[in-house]
Design a protein around this ligand. Structure first.
Ligand code: FMN
Length: 414
């Protein structure tokens, strides 16, 4: 296991934003791995983290106690549960979660592979959350705390929220443009992330106000996720996070004929997460990473989310180009200590390939995605080449002096 060395070094912090006037990181959290150990530390938009593992916004970042626990266990960063100006408008219901098990009959002994929630953003008063952010930054000045925010379609409200959350000392902001359920009538969450015109306008408001790095969190519930990602980055966001949950109906209770999770006999579509969404998240992250590589200079960051429970899951996201990897449902199922397993498994993977740092393999698998037409072309070429080798020479006139031995070999059967 790596050992963490925490150091405050405000003067050496690198610039975070390309936008003039924005605040720079006042942190330097370093992972000093033992000699020869793969180094998991990352630097993202100027923020230094001992490892790429970040608590994804949700229950694992919902109050001071649990966020403190995340820092104590060694998470690279924490993204708090999404906050808004008026928590009184947020009214949650229970039950709000439903789970899918691997066994088709739902045996409780079989592993959980899918998780649905109909949970809204934080229902705790903003002032309470901000005081807790302040307290955490006081106790853990070198650790990365990211505020997740969401507001109505109102410039003044967004500006007020950004100002107040920044005052609490957070290192960056993640904008929840992706909450799939609740409050679309107030143009919040996915209602903005699914409408590129609205998104461009709201990103403009946010980026004219924010002085810390801004990550725009994408919804997968859209035909082409590269469109909102491109608009967010063009509008000045430093990074993109993907994915939030996938719109889902977990199931119908065949005894009561009512949908799950069932609240007073009724339900509403929710957001799907956990292992089952990992392949979908990989596809979305791959599409965004390709777009970023083609259209944006290095510097913008990508935070991958969706179904991470092992170091190998994280390695896959990093191989596609992710700078950081978020985990939400995995923590709800396995607890905060999961980060130790994630780090150990990621280091095992790095050792197998002799990678000494995350940058050694970040994006390494991305060039191997292509179009189906290109796959057909490549396969035809490969078959032709194999046929040519098997066939050997068609005529004695084709023998050459330089290739004589190879030409002979090509006609030997064993
Ligand atoms: C119960 C629950 C609550 C969530 N609440 C939020 C939230 O407040 N803000 C947000 O941006 N994402 C929220 N998410 C989405 C997660 O941050 C994450 O994007 C998604 O669950 C996929 O990652 P996972 O498979 O690691 O959970 C929530 C997810 C769950 C399961």
């Amino acid at each position: 296991m790596e050992s963490l060395t925490l150091r405050a070094s405000p003067s050496t912090a690198a610039p975070l934003r390309r936008v003039p006037g924005r605040r720079h990181a006042a942190v330097s959290v370093r992972a000093s791995a033992g000699s020869g150990e793969p180094d998991l530390s990352v630097r993202v938009n100027g923020l230094k983290m001992p490892n790429p593992f970040v608590i994804g916004s949700g229950p694992p970042g919902t109050n001071y106690t649990v966020m403190k626990r995340a820092f104590d266990e060694g998470w690279g960063g924490v993204i708090a549960k999404t906050v808004s100006l008026d928590a009184e408008k947020v009214i949650n219901v229970t039950p709000r979660y439903a789970r899918l098990r691997a066994d088709p009959n739902g045996s409780t002994k079989s592993p959980i592979i899918g998780w649905q929630n109909i949970e809204l953003i934080s229902d705790r008063p903003l002032e309470t959350m901000l005081n807790e952010f302040k307290q955490l930054k006081k106790e853990y000045p070198d650790r990365i705390l990211i505020g997740s925010i969401m507001e109505e379609y109102n410039k003044a409200a967004w500006h007020e929220l950004i100002e107040r959350v920044e005052e609490s000392g957070v290192d960056a902001l993640e904008i929840n443009f992706s909450c799939p359920h609740g409050m679309p009538e107030r143009k919040m969450g996915a209602a903005v992330g699914q409408d590129c015109d609205l998104l461009e306008e709201v990103c403009g408001w946010i980026n004219e106000k924010a002085t810390v790095p801004v990550w725009a969190k994408m919804t997968p519930n859209i035909t082409d996720i590269t469109k909102p990602a491109r608009i967010s980055l063009k509008s000045g966001c430093e990074g993109v996070s993907a994915i939030n949950t996938i719109m889902s109906v977990m199931g119908i209770n065949l005894k009561t004929l009512r949908p799950e999770p069932c609240v007073e006999g009724y339900s509403t579509p929710g957001g799907y997460s956990a292992r089952a969404v990992h392949p979908i998240a990989l596809a979305k992250v791959m599409q965004i990473a390709r777009m970023m590589k083609e259209e944006f200079a290095d510097g913008q960051s990508l935070s991958a989310i969706g179904g991470v429970e092992t170091g190998n899951d994280a390695a896959e996201f990093i191989l596609l180009g992710a700078d950081t990897v978020q985990v939400c449902t995995g923590v709800m199922m396995h607890g905060y200590g999961l980060v130790k397993k994630l780090c150990a498994e990621l280091q095992d993977f790095m050792r197998q390939h002799n990678f000494s740092s995350i940058e050694d393999f970040r994006g390494a698998s991305l060039p191997y995605f292509t179009t189906h037409t290109d796959l057909v072309h490549r396969q035809r070429e490969a078959i032709n080449q194999r046929k040519a080798i098997r066939k050997g020479l068609e005529s004695d006139k084709d023998w050459t002096g330089d290739g004589f031995v190879k030409e002979t070999e090509s006609m030997v059967s064993n």
